[in-house]
Ligand binder design. Structure first.
Ligand code: CLR
Length: 387
């Protein structure tokens, strides 16, 4: 029967939630889900997954050749997937429904420099749309000349008992080289399938392909498979790295993105994410501004964490009503909500130019460009090196 992992009192509400997603496509965030599946974490926190192995991010800047740099980018990218797609299972017991950010919600954080001189990396996130939900982010390691700018939205549908999530949006990684030129990477995002719904313990599998196209011409084509393909295991990938204007890959990397992988030809180890990752440092909730995610959702999150769902839903309604009133006021005044850190452009020239090299689908996408007006992050002193 339905929902082995569902508390007895919520089985019927889980069944009707499943029915509603089966007959629904578009924006899942608006559907009311039973309490056991609610996460106390907002989607504005998710861009932090890009940098939870700061040493792999900064290593991109240390690569000596275009080829090495493309390998370093692929290694960093593959190493983020475990955090991006399995960390809620580890932290919350299963994939859960994140808090649906309000328009203008913010999330700031950083990873400090350390004795290896990896540099400080800062994170700026803003919810730039509520209907549909769109999250924009900018991640920067100034010391190393690295920045990652991107945005995220999702289109969902239902098929064969699973939720299929197509990711809309892309990321652009910019690497300033010592020569003064830049290497720019267009990163596209994989498709997700959410399985395990029937039992009430959802988890993600990645499917199809994603790409990382460098402006130097190197291209990573990454293929994702789950149980029953390649080797029968979950979370498999195979990445081909192809030199500029060649149709034959020079390197093949293969393995499990949540554990380890290898360079197929040389047999050398490639990625290994079995060691702990480093979560982003965020200001204490009481020092945060009213629009910052953890401050804004503080009481909703508390209710969810403590199992007081009445309090959680009361606090959530307060936030939603306040938002509705804001939109009504703007309409009456003929004004429009102003984004704080990003400018929207209808068509991203970097996406178009680099996307053409590997026939990206779609051939055009919009983007949100960072205004370089983020907060001052606390400069963290480098601990002295031992002699
Ligand atoms: C957001 C962007 C991140 C990667 C990522 C991981 C998990 C995804 C999330 C994105 C978008 C929202 C998402 C979530 C998993 C479940 C959740 C699709 C793509 C949906 C809205 C909730 C489904 C509800 C069931 C779990 C009951 O870089």
């Amino acid at each position: 029967s339905v929902g082995e992992a569902v508390p007895a009192s919520q089985k019927s509400s889980w069944a009707s939630f499943l029915k509603s997603i089966a007959s629904f496509s578009g924006d899942l965030s608006s559907l009311t889900a039973p309490p056991f599946i609610l996460s106390p974490i907002s989607l504005t926190e998710f861009p932090a997954y890009w940098c939870e192995r700061p040493e792999l991010f900064s290593a991109i800047a240390d690569a000596k050749t275009d080829e090495e740099r493309s390998i370093a980018v692929l290694k960093w990218f593959i190493s983020t997937l475990k955090g991006q797609y399995t960390s809620r299972n580890e932290k919350l017991g299963s994939e859960k429904k994140p808090l649906n950010p309000v328009l203008g919600e913010l999330f700031y954080g950083y990873w400090p420099n350390d004795a290896t001189n990896r540099g400080q990396t800062n994170l700026i996130v803003e919810q730039v749309s509520h209907h549909p939900p769109i999250t924009a982010y900018y991640i920067e390691n100034k010391d190393k000349g690295l920045s990652l700018q991107g945005h995220n939205a999702q289109k969902t549908s239902f098929s064969g008992g699973s939720i299929i999530v197509r990711q809309i949006g892309h990321a652009v990684l910019t690497v300033k080289l010592p020569s003064g030129s830049t290497d720019t990477f267009l990163i596209t995002l994989p498709k997700l399938r959410i399985d395990g719904l029937w039992y009430g313990s959802p988890y993600i599998e990645l499917t199809e392909m994603s790409y990382i196209q460098s402006s130097t011409g190197w291209l990573s084509s990454i293929e994702y498979k789950g149980k029953g393909y390649f080797s029968g295991k979950s979370h498999q990938f195979k990445a081909l790295l192809t030199p500029p204007s060649s149709s034959y890959p020079k390197h093949t990397f293969e393995g499990l993105w949540h554990l380890t992988s290898k360079n197929v030809k040389s047999g050398e180890d490639f990625t290994d994410v079995t060691s702990p990752k480093e979560e982003v440092t965020v200001a204490n909730v009481d020092e945060q501004g009213d629009w910052e995610s953890r401050k804004l959702w503080k009481f909703v999150a508390k209710g969810i964490r403590e199992g007081d769902f009445e309090a959680a839903s009361r606090e959530k309604s307060k936030i939603e009503n306040e938002q509705r009133q804001r939109r009504r006021d703007e309409l009456a005044a003929g004004t429009k909500w102003e984004l704080k850190h990003f400018d929207h452009i209808d068509s991203d020239p970097i996406y178009e130019e680099l996307g053409r090299l590997f026939k990206a689908n779609p051939s055009e996408e919009d983007a949100y460009i960072y205004r370089h007006n983020g907060p001052q992050f606390p400069p963290v002193p480098v601990p002295p090196t031992e002699s």
